[in-house]
Design a protein around this ligand. Sequence first.
Ligand code: FAD
Length: 531
Amino acid sequence: MSKQSSNNPPPEPSGKPVLADNRMLALFAETVEQAPVAISITDDKANILYVNQAFTRVTGYAPEESIGRNESMLSDKNTPKAVYDELWNRIKSQQIWQGYLLNRHKDGRRYLADLTIAPILNDRHETTHYIGMHRDITEMYRLEQRVNQQKVLIETVVDSIPVATVLLDESDRVVLDNKMYKTLSSDLGLSDPARTFIDILREDMAEEWERMKKKKSGFHNREVRFDRGGHHAPRWYACAGSWFCQEDDRVEAFFHENSHTYLLLTLTDITQQKKHAEEIRINALKALMAEEEKTQRLRETLSGAIHHIQGPINLLKAAKTMLTRRGLDDRNIALVDILDQIRLAGEQSVAHMKRCIPESNTSAMTPVNLNQLLHETIVLLTERLLASGIVVEWKPTPVLPALMGQESHLRTMFKQIIENAIEAMNQSGIVTRELRISTWSDKHLLHVSIEDTGPGIPDELRIKVFEPFFSTKNDGHGGHSGTGLTMAQEVINQHLGLIRIDPSYRDGCRVRIQFNIHNMMFVPEKASDHG
Ligand code: FAD
C-alpha cells in the first residue's frame, strides 16, 4: 500500500489522530475559559497572556485591560515582600506555590486571593509560562475571623467568670474550662475535678440526673463537701449545671445531621460561708453536748447505782429462798420478814431510780455525713487533744456517701470513742501520742477507723469491753462507769452497723466501725438506758 493512497492525516508520534487533537484542544480551551475559578496564563516574567471569564469576574479587568500587563497590577501593594520572594523562589524552582495575597479589584476594593501558581514546562524541562488560579475568599476569611473573634470573646468572658466553669461532652470530657476551674484543679490536687464532682452529683441525684439530662434542663445549688484530710479544712461547693444540644460540626455530619449534648457545670466555692455556719454550729453543739453530757453522767450514775443495788437485792432473794427451804421456825419467819422488807425497800428504790433516769433524746433520721461528724467531733475535742499533746492524723476519703441516721447519737458515739482514746494515751508512760482517724467506702459499706497509740486492749478483753459496767481503767478514781463502749455499740447496732476492736493492731487500740450505706435503720420506741 502506497503513502499517497491514504486519505487519513499522518499519525502524530503519540499515535493519536490530529483531528481528535484539535477537537480536544478546543475543548480544553473552552473548559479553561468557562472554569469557575479565575485563571491567568503568563510568560515567565508574570506578564499576562491569557485570562478566562472568571478572572474578569473576580478582578474586574476584561481581557483587553489585562493582557500584556504584569500580574502585579492586581497587587494592593500591601502584601509583604517576603511573601513575593517566597512565591518566586518556589515557582522559579519549578514547584507549585499556594498562598494568600491581598489584591485590589479594578473598582478599588481590596480582596483576599487564595492563589495557586504552577509553572508550565517545555519538553526541555524549561519554564516557559505560569498558570495562576485564584478565588476571592474575602467573605470566608471575614466569617472565619468573626468566628475566631467570637471564640476569643467567649473564652475571655468565661475566663473572667469568678466561678469555676467547665463545659463537658457526653463522655464527661472537658471541652472548655476557665481560669477558676484550673485553680480549683490545683487546689484540690485533682487533674480532672469535674469527673469527681459529676460522679458525686450523679450518685446524689440518681434518676433525677438522667431525667434532667433528657429534658435538657438543669439543676442549681447542689452542695458538695470535699474532704482533703490532714491539716486541710473541708471545702464546700455549690454546683449548678445545665444541659444543652449542639449540632455536630465535623465533616462526617455534613450529610447526616447529628447533635451532641453538653453539660455546663459551675462550681462555686462556698467554703467561707460554710465555715462561718460551721463555727456557729460548733458553738451550739458545744452547749448541746455539755447538756447531753450532764444527762449522760446522771444516767450513768443512776444506772451504776441500780446495778450495785441489784446485787444485794438478788442476795436477799437467795437468802430468803435458802431459809424457806430449811423450814421456817419463829426466828426464821421474823428474819425472812425483815429480809423481805429490806428487799422491797431496795426494789422500790431501784424502781424509783429507774423512773429518774432521763430518757435519751430520739432525734430524727436524716442523711448524715460521717466525715462531717468526725470533723466536728475533732473540733469539739481540740482543746483536750492539744492539752494531752496528741497529734491527730485525719484521713477522710474525699467524698463519702451519706448514711441515714440519728446525727446526735452518732456524734456522741464518735466523741465517746475518741475520748476513750485520749484517756488511754493520757496514761503515764505513753510517749508517742497519735490519734489516727480515717474513713472510706466501698460499694455497700462505710468504714471508719479510729486508732490510738495507747496501751491497747488485751485479747481476752476485746469482747468484754462492750459489756455494761466493764472498765479496763481500775485507777480507783471511780471516773469510769464502763458504759461508754456499751453505748457506742448500742448506737451502732441501732444503725445496723458493726463495731470491733481490731486484733491485728498491736501499737495501741484500733476501733473499726462499719455501716451499710443502704441501711434500713430502725429507731427503738424508747431508747435503752444502758442499765
Ligand atoms: P515586583 O517588583 O514585581 O516584585 C517584588 C518581588 O517579587 C521581587 O523582589 C522578587 O523577589 C519577586 N519577583 C518579581 N518578579 C520576579 C521574577 N520575574 N523573577 C523572580 N522574582 C521576581 N501578585 C499579586 O499581587 N497578585 C496576584 O494575583 C498575582 N498573581 C500572579 C500570578 C502569576 C501566574 C504569577 C507568575 C505571579 C503573580 N503575582 C501576583 C506576582 C506578581 O507578578 C508580582 O511579583 C507581585 O505582585 C509583586 O509585584 P510588585 O510590583 O509589588 O513587586
